[in-house]
Ligand binder design. Structure first.
Ligand code: COA
Length: 154
């Protein structure tokens, strides 16, 4: 959680899980729970989300990920994100999916790179991060449906 403004309490984390479940129930998609095929262990979430805060590129659908520390370094985020992109572009017929993170979140940016997302020239101040925080400036990555399809075929 070092790239987020604050850690969540157990109650806040549970409330977030409830919101994720409610959005999936409402829309049919969202931030899905990720489990390992090996043993069904819950390791975090990956999925699609419509940001509720106003961003310079709103409206948009973002792809996001958050895994338990002991599940890093095994390709799970990228594998799950590829499935989420397939849902977004094939089932939902989205024209573009974006991702964004604090500039220094190299691991998250590496997932964006692996997915073939392109870094946009724009950086922006995330409105939910305090003004004086070094995490406020975010980078933006984009992937179009056409680029995703071309990569998939190639
Ligand atoms: C962002 C986050 C999900 C990235 O996790 P990650 O483990 O680095 O990414 P992946 O799951 O795609 O795994 C890739 C790594 O697994 C390795 N790997 C091992 N086995 C693999 C396999 N079978 N297939 C693919 N990759 C494999 C890759 O080589 C790569 O290693 P590297 O990071 O040393 O280069 C994770 O750091 C996280 O949850 N961070 C906290 C939350 C956060 O910051 N979220 C983003 C906010 S915007």
């Amino acid at each position: 959680m070092r790239y987020f403004p604050r850690r969540l309490t157990r109650a806040q984390s549970d409330a977030m899980a409830d919101r994720c479940a409610a959005l999936i129930a409402e829309n049919g998609w969202g931030f899905w729970a990720v489990e390992t095929c090996k043993d069904g262990r819950f390791i975090g979430f990956v999925g699609l989300h419509a940001p509720t805060v106003d961003l310079p590129f709103s409206p948009c659908i973002e792809i996001g990920w958050r895994l338990s520390r002991d599940a890093w370094g095994q390709g799970y985020a990228t594998e799950a994100a590829r499935e989420a992109l397939a849902v977004g572009f094939e089932q939902l017929q989205l024209h573009e999916i974006v991702a964004f993170t604090a500039l220094r979140n190299a691991r998250s940016r590496a997932v964006m790179d692996r997915l073939g997302m392109r870094e946009d020239a724009m950086t922006f101040s995330h409105p939910s991060v305090p003004d004086d925080s070094p995490l406020r400036v975010h980078c933006l990555y984009r992937l179009t449906q056409a680029d995703w399809a071309a990569r998939r075929l190639g």
